[in-house]
Design a protein around this ligand. Structure first.
Ligand code: FE2
Length: 294
């Protein structure tokens, strides 16, 4: 057992050194690097703010509440990551240059697996409400060649601001769907025009936002994950150019290149899809995927 000599000025440094050294024998080099850097930065943080015992206890309570409120429909840990900007930092580190490809952004806390497979231009709305939006475009590589068979996993909120996982009145498949690009790379789906919504703010993240006088709003958007063999997985959004909060997204996820116009169309427009009755919007949105490096 290591004995720590606690001199008046060196105690903190010795505790940090001992904690870092305790992972010297970790056989996984990446795990060793991550944990040792975590200890170094965490200790430096506590020293910088001169963290008190009461504040430390409060932080443990907050983490405990974060765990207790998280289940298969509510992900408070992702909310913390999003609201503190960590999710977008990891995104920026993972994708330093889009190099002509569509830019990525946060996953958010509302994705769930096994969305229903749907056909070209099918609606993802299982119940009414909101203005229908036809989203269409092509999935392309960085040289402009079509990618056939790409999977587009789509999810969005309804005009009540809720995702299906939050809305106990909505069918599980509501506003969710997996689509596949055709031979020419084309894809299309009918969603509804999204609305701005608040991230869940009745838990610890909400308490932090309120204490900091930050608002919990996100601008209107549609989520998608696009995958195709041989290409990097793309996790992105389509933002509505007419939405509020584009300049103050609570989770810092807006990238200008992802903003699209939702063009109003009349009910008798010749391009009206069969699943739409009444006025609707058209969104043109090509997607460019990056090749996986050899
Ligand atoms: Fe969202």
């Amino acid at each position: 057992m290591t004995t720590i000599a606690r001199g008046p000025s060196s105690a903190a440094a010795e505790i940090t050194s001992a904690a870092i050294a305790s992972f010297d024998g970790c056989p996984d080099p990446r795990l060793r690097q991550i944990v040792q850097a975590l200890i170094r930065h965490l200790h430096a943080f506590a020293s910088e703010v001169q963290l008190t015992e009461d504040e430390w206890t409060r932080a443990i309570e907050i983490l405990t509440r974060t765990g207790h409120i998280t289940d298969d429909r509510r992900q408070e840990f992702i909310l913390w990551s999003d609201a503190l900007g960590l999710s977008m930092l990891v995104d920026a580190l993972s994708h330093p240059s889009a190099n002509g490809a569509t830019e990525s952004t946060v996953l958010g806390p509302f994705w769930t697996p096994n969305a229903p497979r749907r056909g070209y231009a099918e609606s993802i709305a299982e119940s009414g409400g909101g203005t229908p939006a036809l989203v269409r475009g092509r999935v392309l590589d960085q040289d402009g060649r079509p990618i056939a068979g790409a999977e587009l996993d789509i999810w969005q909120n309804g005009d009540n601001g809720l995702y299906a996982v939050q809305d106990h009145e909505a069918p599980e498949a509501h506003l969710r769907g997996r689509f596949y690009s055709r031979d020419d790379g084309s894809y299309a789906f009918v969603g509804v025009r999204p609305v701005p919504y608040t991230i869940p703010h009745d838990g610890p993240v909400g308490a932090m936002l309120e204490a900091a006088r930050r608002h919990p709003w996100r601008p209107a958007h549609i989520h998608m994950i696009v995958t195709a063999p041989g290409y990097q997985r793309l996790q992105t959004h389509i933002f509505d150019s007419a939405s509020d909060y584009l300049d103050s997204d609570a989770v810092f996820a807006v990238k200008r290149s992802l903003i699209r116009e939702f063009e109003p169309r009349a009910a008798d427009d010749p391009e009206t899809p069969p699943s739409i009755n009444g006025r609707w919007c058209l969104v043109e949105n090509d997607i460019v995927l990056s090749r996986l490096s050899e």
